[in-house]
Design a protein around this ligand. Structure first.
Ligand SMILES: C[S@@+](CC[C@H](N)C(=O)[O-])C[C@H]1O[C@@H](n2cnc3c(N)ncnc32)[C@H](O)[C@@H]1O
Length: 377
């Protein structure tokens, strides 16, 4: 087990942290977009499938910059000394990553040149093309400009360093966007969003044995589950969607159980299933069979999920009003056409506790909240 620094994508740093906590458990915050944690080799493999992780480093250290030239010199040699003692055999390169808002005067080239020189003076060969060791220095600035709400403000400059973990591979989402698949409908979920919902349904220490999507539509979630070799139990009330999901999975060389069934009675289909996560985006508006019963179908599905696995987790994406994007009014937001406080009470009365409620801007005028429920007992 080693200590690692995990760098998140800029799109949504709050959700990045939530995703990391769901997969690895406790994390220490170094910057809103960078966390550190201890990870076992097996968990490192599971991080390869994550949606919002950008880079994994064997953690070296971190330092909040005050910006005096002497401090810079001292930091360059501290990083270089650590790198020399921690790198494996062979060539090296120093690479910087600038994130957030930073003063113009802060030069990443100065970091690369000065640290590189220190290390090269100790008979190490620089190879900028394909180094055997890549020392990464993250220069992380303020996160005041955000397209999504960020509950953790940061206004300084944090320097975080480490060595790139070569065994970690970033997920490649290209080539399977909804419009590239054989069966497409406007309701299709983007691969990264589907992957994120699956990640968020993890709880450290609980084995995820099956993903149940009772509203599978075109199979956005089923695809991402199958690609991670997790058993997927998918269903939809519309037989065209069932056929569509099967053909999308076949196109990727994957197979899973896909049935035509009403989600409100899903327990009759799957029975008791320990280790399940219920991952779905429920019908709403035009994707609902009768637009006024979206809430009823959603709540019945939550009841059925409790019966299938009383220790299960629900990870879902719900339509919300634009006010959900303002941190202050998130709890007063309208979700699935109802005030959130009302809907939350109903969810709690079924036996679920709201673990996470986080807004996402889908496009200019469309807002969703990602909601994760854990059993309340
Ligand atoms: C928002 S879409 C899901 C989209 C899906 N995640 C995808 O990636 O394509 C909602 C789906 O719920 C289905 N649906 C509506 N009412 C249902 C019900 N009572 N039981 C099961 N499925 C239902 C619709 O046919 C539709 O495919």
């Amino acid at each position: 087990m080693g200590r690692f620094a995990l760098l998140g994508m800029g799109w949504h740093s709050w959700l990045f942290r939530e995703e990391m906590m769901a997969i690895v458990g406790e994390v220490d915050l170094l910057h809103p977009r960078v966390v550190s944690c201890k990870i076992e080799a097996e968990t490192l493999g599971r991080l390869s499938g994550s949606a919002l992780l950008d880079e994994v480093l064997i953690f070296g250290g971190c330092h909040e910059l005050n910006d005096s030239p002497e401090e810079h010199e001292h930091l360059f040699s501290e990083i270089a000394d650590w790198a020399m003692n921690s790198m494996g055999e062979g060539s090296f390169a120093i690479r910087t990553r600038k994130i957030g808002e930073l003063p113009d005067s802060l030069s990443s080239r100065a970091f690369e040149r000065s640290i590189g020189k220190h290390v090269a003076n100790h008979d190490r060969i620089v190879d900028l093309e394909s180094p055997e060791n890549e020392v990464v220095v993250i220069i992380a600035g303020s996160n005041e400009i955000n397209s999504h709400p960020e509950p953790i403000p940061f206004s300084g400059t944090m320097i975080i360093w480490g060595i790139k973990e070569m065994s970690w591979e970033k997920e490649d989402f290209s080539g399977r966007s909804p419009t590239e698949r054989p069966f497409f409908k406007p309701v299709s979920l983007e691969p990264r969003q589907a992957r994120l919902l699956i990640s968020l349904s993890n709880v450290k220490g609980r084995e995820l044995k099956a993903i149940i999507d009772p509203f599978c539509g075109t199979g956005g979630i089923a695809i991402e589950g199958c690609l991670q070799d997790i058993e997927v139990l998918a269903s939809d009330l519309d037989s065209r969607m069932v056929e569509g999901t099967i053909s999308n999975l076949k196109w990727l060389g994957k197979k899973s159980t896909v049935q035509k069934y009403d989600a409100s009675e899903i327990f009759n289909l799957w029975g008791e299933r320990e280790g399940s996560s219920f991952v779905f985006d429920p019908p709403y508006g035009r994707s609902s069979w009768r637009s006024d019963d979206s809430i009823e179908v959603f709540l019945s599905t939550l009841r059925e999920a409790r019966k299938i696995d009383p220790a299960g987790v629900v990870s879902t994406m719900l339509p919300a009003g634009p006010e959900a994007l303002t941190k202050a009014s998130l709890r007063q937001a309208v979700v699935m056409g109802r005030p959130w406080s009302e809907l939350e009470s109903e969810i709690e009365s079924i036996g679920w506790r709201v673990h996470l409620l986080c807004p996402v801007r889908v496009h200019r005028s469309l807002v969703r909240v990602i909601a994760v429920f854990h059993p309340s007992d």
